[in-house]
Write a protein that binds this ligand. Structure first.
Ligand code: DGL
Length: 276
């Protein structure tokens, strides 16, 4: 299976694209709703959680891993690749950087994301490796996550906060903006309106789905190990009605969430199940 993990439900924006692009492959999703958000946590904590999330997916049959969470992609990718050297691991930052470099006209790119993502400086480092002449400016917009989860997609308050969040980037003259958080693609119309039509938005969900698709085309030995079918499984470490509602918002349709069974895996037991 293709294993996908996120700090919570937001990673379903990535699942939606993977389903579109890779229909026929079974997906296994794990959303760490019991410990969300990751974006406010330290790199050490995010790395520890990301390792456990990956172990859960591998234990349940994943053969490749997609890190849907930008915060985890930003700070935990190297640690995961060191820990699981035999597993192909995809993340959302690199394909977004590549796309941003393709579409920028003036070489001035903006990135919005959680505090963990922006303070990691990962976008600046990746762009410097590939195109040192290009400038990258980041701004953390943590308020957008709860606004999306409350379904406040078109409220005037949301529009005002998006506008405020983009001001420092617009002042730098960005012509390209990376939506560096799982939740932001849901706000695309508002973000586009406030960024202005001359700013090109980069949606990492589309980019990572394309990358996985291309990888599978050229790696038949991995492709053959992946289970086929439409019976996808979406696990969460905590299940509430509110999470189900948010999942519907992200997927554009009703999806069934399964509670990760604490008895099912020795890996998750001491962590997600600590309180029970
Ligand atoms: N999934 C997280 C990300 O993309 C956003 C929510 C959180 O902070 O955990 O960075």
């Amino acid at each position: 299976m293709i294993g996908v993990f996120d700090s919570g439900i937001g990673g379903l924006t990535i699942v939606r694209e993977l389903w579109r692009k890779l229909s026929g492959y079974r997906l296994l999703y794990f959303g760490d709703t019991a410990r969300t958000p990751y974006g406010t946590k330290s790199p050490e904590t995010i790395i520890a959680y990301a390792i456990q999330d990956t172990e859960f997916l591998l234990e349940h049959g994943a053969k490749i891993i997609v890190i849907a969470c930008h915060s985890a992609s930003s700070v935990a990718t190297e640690a995961l690749r060191r820990r699981f050297p035999e597993v192909p691991i995809f993340e959302v930052v690199t394909p977004s950087v590549k796309k941003a470099l393709q579409v920028t006209r003036k070489g001035v790119i903006g990135v919005i994301g959680t505090r963990a993502t922006i303070s990691s400086g990962i976008y600046q480092r990746k762009v410097a490796e590939l195109a040192p002449e290009v400038k990258v400016y980041g701004n953390a917009c943590p308020l957008l996550v709860p606004l999306v989860e409350e379904g406040w997609l078109k409220k005037p308050e949301t529009r005002r906060i998006v506008k405020k969040c983009l001001i420092p980037l617009k002042m730098r003259g960005i012509d390209t903006l990376v939506l560096g958080c799982t939740h932001y693609p849901v706000l695309k119309p508002v973000i586009q309106a406030k960024a202005g039509k001359r700013v090109t938005l980069v949606d990492p969900a589309e980019e990572v789905a394309e990358e996985v698709f291309r990888y599978l085309e050229t790696h038949p030995e991995i492709r053959e190990t992946l289970a086929r079918g439409e019976d996808h499984a979406i696990y969460v470490s905590d299940l509430t009605e509110a999470f189900e509602k948010v999942a519907r918002l992200f997927m554009g349709r009703r999806v069934k969430l399964l509670k990760a069974d604490c008895e099912m895996s020795h890996v998750i037991k001491p962590n997600f199940c600590a309180a029970s």
